[in-house]
Design a protein around this ligand. Structure first.
Ligand SMILES: C[S@@+](CC[C@H](N)C(=O)[O-])C[C@H]1O[C@@H](n2cnc3c(N)ncnc32)[C@H](O)[C@@H]1O
Length: 195
């Protein structure tokens, strides 16, 4: 049942360092696109003051549950089905939202829905954290990300590395203000906005 993502394993420590800076001292974190559940188990174990709410499409639940059960954590909730495109989300409020390597997977309509949803459910001052590769107007996309973008689009034409400016414009439209943009290993970025 337990799935393993090598990328998830590689990026968990650098992402945790950023999350420790930006997540609140207590409250509920909504994770969107939890995938294997490795991040939920790793972060929740190291941020015990937070309640971690994993979500994804239901096919991922067995792995998310298996990682959480193995870690024996009391602060990871049962995964919930959250399709960013759904009219209703199963969570109506969150103190923070964490979304890792998912913005380049879902269709652009899903990215729009993600930011609209974040604008709805985030508490005032709450952060939306989004990790992944992005294109910037002032510099060429790194060759590794060009290749990744081609790979994504060959796999599913709706996927692709997103433009930072377009994503940030969406955030602003939904009441979120950019609060950080940090270089991460392997040409990824940690971006976060606050409501
Ligand atoms: C590349 S994986 C990243 C998973 C995990 N966050 C990680 O870093 O390993 C992208 C995730 O997005 C989820 N996903 C795809 N379409 C979605 C949608 N419409 N709504 C919510 N999640 C979706 C997939 O099921 C998958 O778990």
């Amino acid at each position: 049942m337990k799935q393993f993502s090598p990328a998830c394993d590689r990026n968990k420590e650098p992402i945790l360092a950023v999350l420790k800076e930006i997540l609140p001292a207590s409250g509920r974190v909504l994770e969107i696109g939890s995938g294997t559940g490795q991040h939920a188990a790793y972060f929740a174990a190291r941020l015990p003051q937070l309640i971690w709410q994993p979500t994804d499409l239901p096919a991922n639940f067995p792995s998310i549950r298996a990682w959480a059960a193995e870690a024996g954590l009391s602060n990871v909730r049962e995964p919930l089905a959250l399709d960013v495109l759904a009219d209703r989300w199963p969570v109506v409020t969150a103190d923070a939202i964490v979304c890792i390597n998912t913005i380049h997977i879902v269709a652009w309509a899903g990215v729009e829905a993600l930011f609209a949803g974040a604008g709805r459910v985030l508490a005032a001052g709450g952060a939306l954290f989004a990790y992944g590769p992005y294109r910037y107007d002032d510099r060429p996309l790194e060759p590794s990300n060009e290749e990744f973008d081609r790979w994504l689009k060959a796999r599913d034409p709706v996927s692709g590395v997103r433009d930072f400016a377009a994503v940030n414009a969406l955030a602003e439209r939904h009441g979120l203000t950019l609060a950080g943009d940090r270089a991460m290993p392997a040409n990824n970025r940690s971006l976060w906005w606050r409501k």
